[in-house]
Design a protein around this ligand. Structure first.
Ligand SMILES: C[S@@+](CC[C@H](N)C(=O)[O-])C[C@H]1O[C@@H](n2cnc3c(N)ncnc32)[C@H](O)[C@@H]1O
Length: 439
């Protein structure tokens, strides 16, 4: 029987959903962070639950040929990345297998899962959210709110790293206190940035207080680095919450938005709006949507969970009309402006919950859904069944909920075709997917 605080020699035979190694001891699955498939290691059992356990890798006896030295010096402390210790090929294989496993185990579906479409790159994230704490500015260590200080994160845009270091210098120069979650005292909670391919930069300082002392000096410092038009926003979040942004924004410089581009389309983005975080792979993802959709030009499309209208406007030139629905009002404001910015006349956008709004738009040939990680609401899936579009295109950032929803939709008489995984999040265990369903 497996025991806590005992050490064992094991061979890693699988990988868990977060990229951790999995070994079997007495038929118990043991999850071991940073162990790679095929490796023989010495493991210390740190927690035993009813049918599985957690272990800590003490020693690698036989390393995998896919093991590499992490480029980031804080990889083993920081919770930002999961997979800096293996080759990118191994990472892509892990992602493909993860999707296959969900489709088969959760979806009970026997459909082809293609190899993950990857693009190895550093500094890819166009949106960063650095927590600020008395321990420093950086990222939380795994499963905690203890901040691991970072100066140059290899996944965040280089301008985000610069902006974070400027705010840090500003805090030191002007004695601005970091927010302390335990005492609920202090000023700056988070540094939130967006950096566009157009080189525009947005820096949003999330404060626990209404007042940000010496804000003019911060604006000067940021202008010095990023130019006169840099968007600087103070976001006020006085709540005791893990949600990063509060409801109130004070624009300190610029117009409070930035413009980014995907392919030949331009998009205005507010701090509260969703925008895909990897510009290179977003184009690959949206091109995949176009490829699987095989539009003929006469389709009426309903784009649910449309954000700032990116997919709607990307597909609009290839169809008769598009209606986008999204629950964040600022995102719909952006979407409407984005139609004008791209001179698109056949797209309309509405604020509301997809599950409540879908039935209001019954005349559709194609429904695109791109829900958050929890997947589609059951009510929405029911409505889709009644609306009976010829095609559904499901874009998902969570293979588990994708598989669950595909099972429901195939139960409604749809055929799910191939799954196309796209790596939007290199060095993490996350993977995006596109699937076409037809009636
Ligand atoms: C994964 S994002 C996709 C956005 C967009 N399709 C894109 O590619 O940028 C999911 C979006 O759904 C929105 N959302 C979350 N729950 C929703 C709901 N119940 N109804 C409508 N929109 C929702 C979020 O605000 C977010 O903009």
């Amino acid at each position: 029987m497996i025991e806590k605080n005992q050490t064992y020699q094991v061979t890693i035979t699988g990988m868990g959903e977060k990229g951790e190694g999995v070994a079997k001891i007495d038929n118990f699955a043991v999850f071991i962070p940073y162990a790679l498939i095929g490796e023989t290691i010495e493991v210390l059992i740190v927690k035993v639950l009813k049918s599985y356990a957690y272990g800590k890798m003490l020693n690698i006896i036989k390393p995998s040929r896919e093991r590499i030295e992490p480029k980031c010096p804080v990889f083993y402390k920081c919770g930002g990345c999961d997979l800096q210790h293996c080759t990118y090929n191994q990472e892509l294989e892990f992602k493909t297998n993860k999707v296959k496993d969900c489709i088969k185990r959760i979806g009970s579906l026997n459909i082809k899962v293609n190899n993950t479409l990857g693009y190895e790159q550093n500094y890819y994230r166009n949106k960063s959210q650095f927590p600020v704490s008395p321990d420093g500015i950086g990222f939380y260590s795994p499963r905690s709110h203890r901040v691991v200080p970072i100066e140059n994160c290899l996944t965040q845009n280089e301008n985000s790293n610069k902006a974070m270091n400027i705010v840090k210098e500003f805090m030191e120069l002007f004695h601005i206190k970091p927010y302390d979650e335990s005492t609920k005292k202090g000023v700056i909670r988070h540094i939130f940035t967006r950096c566009a391919l157009t080189n525009q930069v947005m820096v949003c300082i999330v404060t626990a207080t209404e007042n940000l002392k010496s804000a003019d000096s911060l604006v000067s410092m940021l202008k010095n680095e990023f130019g006169e038009d840099v968007s600087v926003i103070q976001n006020i979040n006085t709540k005791n919450t893990n949600i990063i942004l509060g409801d109130k924004n004070k624009i300190l410089n610029g117009n409070g938005v930035i413009i980014d581009k995907i392919g030949d389309k331009f998009f205005e983005i507010s701090p509260h709006s969703f925008f895909q975080i990897n510009p290179h792979q977003t184009k690959a993802l949206y091109d995949k949507v176009l490829e699987v959709a095989q539009f003929e030009g006469n389709e009426r499309v309903l784009d649910l969970y449309c954000g700032i209208g990116t997919i709607s406007l990307y597909v609009a030139p290839y169809v008769e009309s598009v209606i986008g629905v999204e629950c964040v009002p600022q995102a719909i404001e952006n979407a409407k402006k984005n139609s004008m910015l791209n001179n698109i006349k056949n797209a309309e956008f509405y604020v509301g919950n997809a599950e409540d709004m879908a039935e209001k738009f019954p005349d559709n040939d194609v429904i695109i859904v791109d829900p958050p990680r929890k997947g589609c609401d059951e009510k929405l899936l029911n409505t889709i069944k009644d609306l009976a579009p010829k095609k559904i295109i499901y874009v998902s950032c969570n293979p588990a909920t994708l598989a669950r929803d595909l099972k429901i939709l195939t139960g409604y008489g749809y055929t799910a075709h191939e799954v196309w995984p796209v790596d939007m999040f290199p060095r993490t265990a996350h993977v995006e997917n596109v699937v076409l369903l037809t009636k």
